[in-house]
Design a protein around this ligand. Structure first.
Ligand code: ATP
Ligand code: ZN
Length: 721
């Protein structure tokens, strides 16, 4: 008789499925999480249905027993199916998907652990490193390793601070339970329109798969309305996941949630400490974490009884993961609802063409909110033609916008200037010889950050101090900043209105939920008059006293010929415009452009979004672009240029000749070098009905390449660099 055996997928993407013997007296079912031996190592893996993962059978005599069954809930069948679907669709190893279900922190730490926090006293001897550490740590708490990483110092510096009494140990109970949100804590009084929408969402709960687009203008109360769906899920004792596009949005969400439900939800994002991660993961898996709010990585966690997913700001491109498994969290959220049979709500004021199309063909239902809450009006949008009304020399704000800022300051109202560029200037060059500062690792300019006093590459993070001499011609003080970033706009505002209180809001200044909370507090306390920010401030926030929005450069996003450039510009400007006039006073929006006749600008000004989307949709349809056709990018990269070129050429050479598929390239990717790797790209354009993954899988399986070359496939790409 054959020995009882189990097939295991480990979390190591380089390994295929492995078979183990089931030790006597133990039962192993698909989904169980096991510790298995591999040579001298121990690995975590998941038991899987053997018939779904065919592999070469190992004889009974070579079968080793697995070591242990982990004391956590097994991965349920629908989640196993979702993992397989994700791996297949995005052409990724199943192991890489499992790593998102079972992140390291889930098992690592013990029940009780030690963390450290500032005591308030400083050591007698203050080294620059110690000072840096204490500044960066601020009021935070974490393990030695976490604080060291946070402060960008060695573990030794942190230990030194502990020994000198500047940091003290705290014992943390790793698995303390979370509070339960109360669906009846403080329900709002909904308007008739909101009430009807909430009814529709509530009625979807507990009845199976039901994807719904919640399409409501900015400030219409989408959040209030989907909170009612959350309340219903809580009454049915199901778990809920709310996906947000950025962790900076988490904090305002938490406090709003707490007002409605009496306690904060469980959050999951990259800023969590290991202890918080373990605690959240365990509560998610045992079902005691009722409502989870998180970034896209929270989508794959093993919820015990998920009954609803809400994707807020569902049009946001940041839901697309650009590394590892290159999945789109919005699309996988819908698939999760399909496998686990629950409703999925996509909330947006500017839904993506892909999502609208799903509504059009009847796959998704649509619920609309057409009015702002409490009679607030949508702001007027006006174009400022920079050709006719140019800014003063060396400045970036047109006289018309400056006058409006002044009027707003006098009226004691807040203003927001939007420019999607971090730093002071995107390009630095030598006025004497024309030398440009490029990143040594990337095809990109070094961006000047005056606040941090350095030049930085936004692709790889390479930094250098701004040199006094030009490295090319050695001319002194010859470097000039070209073009504006938010810091430069903030400088201009300071010069125009020295008395105004300004704040710069970018990922450099608001990098954590705590920072975001501080920004919200300062805005609400009217400690800020003018905010200068990147896309980080365009969504989610609700500041009633914010009445003027200026878009510094509406043409910026239209450069580069990206498939979604116009759509994204429309979404971004509508979103940022939507921050204005949310309270009692009406808002106004000035959009600076060199091309007021461009269809996207004209549509924003006339308010005719539907016509713009229709024209964009038709353009996509006639070019058979997504969602009417399919795209996939194959990126070949290597440290050595010739290696990358050779493999790309071999892949190009083996290209399949199939009706309905066009293959472009290989050619150097627009970002020809990234993090020190040379990149070649092929683009696959296929008819909608074609199984493009099967074509690519078959194609690449016939080509070999050296281990130092990386070949990544990006299915449904959002980035074309
Ligand atoms: N029925 C209601 N009762 C009380 N306050 C409400 C109600 N509906 C909306 N609000 C308030 O109006 C403001 C805007 O609502 P909310 O943020 O939910 O809109 P939104 O559609 O999600 O906005 P956006 O898409 O612009 O982020 C919030 O401060 C919210 O608390
Ligand atoms: Zn770089």
């Amino acid at each position: 008789m054959a020995l009882p055996r189990v097939r295991v997928v480990t979390l190591n993407a380089a390994l295929g499925p492995l078979d183990y013997r089931v030790p006597q007296g133990v039962v192993a079912q698909p989904g169980d999480i096991l510790t298995v031996p591999l040579g001298p190592r121990q690995l975590i893996g998941v038991a899987w249905e053997p018939e779904r993962l065919p592999t070469e059978e190992v004889g009974d005599n070579r079968l080793r027993p697995f070591l242990a069954k982990e004391d956590v809930s097994p991965i349920a069948e629908p989640l196993r199916r979702l993992a397989e679907w994700t791996a297949d669709y995005y052409l990724s190893p199943l192991a890489s998907v499992l790593r998102m279900i079972l992140p390291g922190a889930a098992f690592a730490s013990p029940r009780q652990l030690t963390e450290y926090r500032p005591t308030g006293s400083l050591p007698d001897r203050m080294t620059p490193q110690r000072r840096q550490a204490m500044e960066k740590i601020e009021g935070r708490q974490g393990s030695v390793r976490e604080l060291a990483r946070l402060a960008d110092v060695s573990d030794g510096v942190i230990r030194g601070l502990v020994n000198h009494g500047a940091l003290e140990a705290v014992a943390v109970e790793a698995d303390a339970p979370f509070s339960l949100p109360d669906p009846d804590h403080a329900p709002p009084t909904l308007s008739a329109e909101q009430g009807a929408a909430a009814d529709r969402l509530r009625s979807a709960l507990g009845k199976g798969f039901d994807p719904i687009l919640l399409d409501g203008v900015t400030g219409s109360g989408k959040t209030e309305v989907y909170f009612e769906a959350i309340a219903e899920a809580l009454r049915q004792d199901r778990q809920v996941l709310v996906l947000l596009p950025e962790i900076a949005l988490t904090e305002p969400f938490l406090s709003r949630f707490e007002k409605r439900f009496g306690c904060a939800p469980v959050s999951w994002h990259s800023d969590l400490r290991a202890s918080e991660r373990r605690r959240a993961w365990r509560a998610i898996a045992d079902g005691s974490a009722k409502v989870v709010v998180g970034a896209r990585s929270s989508l794959f966690l093993p919820y015990r009884d998920l009954g609803l997913i809400i994707v807020d700001e569902a049009h946001e491109a940041s839901f697309k993961q650009e590394e590892g498994v290159q999945y789109h969290a919005r699309d996988v959220a819908v698939m999760r609802g399909h496998f686990e049979k629950f409703p999925v709500i996509l909330a947006s004021a500017t839904p993506a063409i892909e999502t609208r199309h799903m509504v059009e063909i009847g796959r998704y239902d649509e619920v609309c909110l057409r009015e702002r809450h409490a009679g607030a009006q949508l702001p007027d949008i006006e174009a400022v033609d920079l050709t006719h009304d140019p800014p003063a020399r060396g400045n970036w704000l047109a006289p018309r916008l400056v006058r409006e800022l002044e009027a707003n300051l006098e009226a004691g109202e807040q203003s927001l200037l939007f420019l999607n560029r971090r730093g002071f200037a995107p390009l630095t060059l030598c006025r004497h010889c024309g030398h440009r500062f490029n990143c040594p690792n990337c095809t990109a300019w070094m961006v000047e950050h005056r606040l941090m006093h350095r030049l930085a590459c936004h692709h790889c993070g390479h930094v250098m101090p701004p040199p006094r001499l030009c490295p090319e011609c050695e001319e002194e003080d010859s470097l000039v900043a070209c073009g504006p970033g938010v810091e430069r706009i903030a400088d201009e505002v300071q010069q125009l209105f020295p008395e105004a209180r300004t704040a710069i809001v970018t990922s450099d200044t608001v990098w954590s939920p705590a920072r975001a909370a501080e920004f919200v507090r300062a805005m609400e306390a009217s400690e800020i008059d003018i905010v200068v920010g990147t896309q980080l401030v365009t969504k989610g926030y609700h500041f009633p006293n914010l009445t003027l929005v200026g878009v510094v450069d509406a043409d910026l996003g239209l450069q580069g010929g990206d498939l979604r450039a116009a759509e994204r510009t429309f979404q971004q400007i509508s979103q940022v415009a939507g921050r204005a006039g949310r309270g009692e006073r009406p808002g106004r929006v000035l959009v600076q452009t060199h091309d007021p006749d461009a269809p996207v600008i004209a549509a924003l000004v006339s308010g005719d979004g539907p016509a713009f989307f229709e024209a964009e949709t038709e353009a996509r349809r006639s070019a058979a672009m997504p969602p009417f056709g399919r795209l996939a990018a194959i990126i070949v990269s290597a440290e050595d240029q010739t290696d990358a070129e050779r493999t790309a050429a071999a892949i190009g050479h083996a290209r399949p000749k199939i009706d309905g598929v066009a293959i472009y390239g290989p050619a150097p990717a627009p970002l020809a070098m990234l993090r020190g790797r040379h990149r070649q790209r092929l683009l696959v354009h296929a008819e909608r009905k074609l199984d493009v993954q099967a074509v690519i899988r078959e194609w690449l399986s016939g080509v070999d390449w050296p281990a130092k070359v990386r070949v990544a496939v990006d299915v449904d790409p959002y980035s074309f660099v």
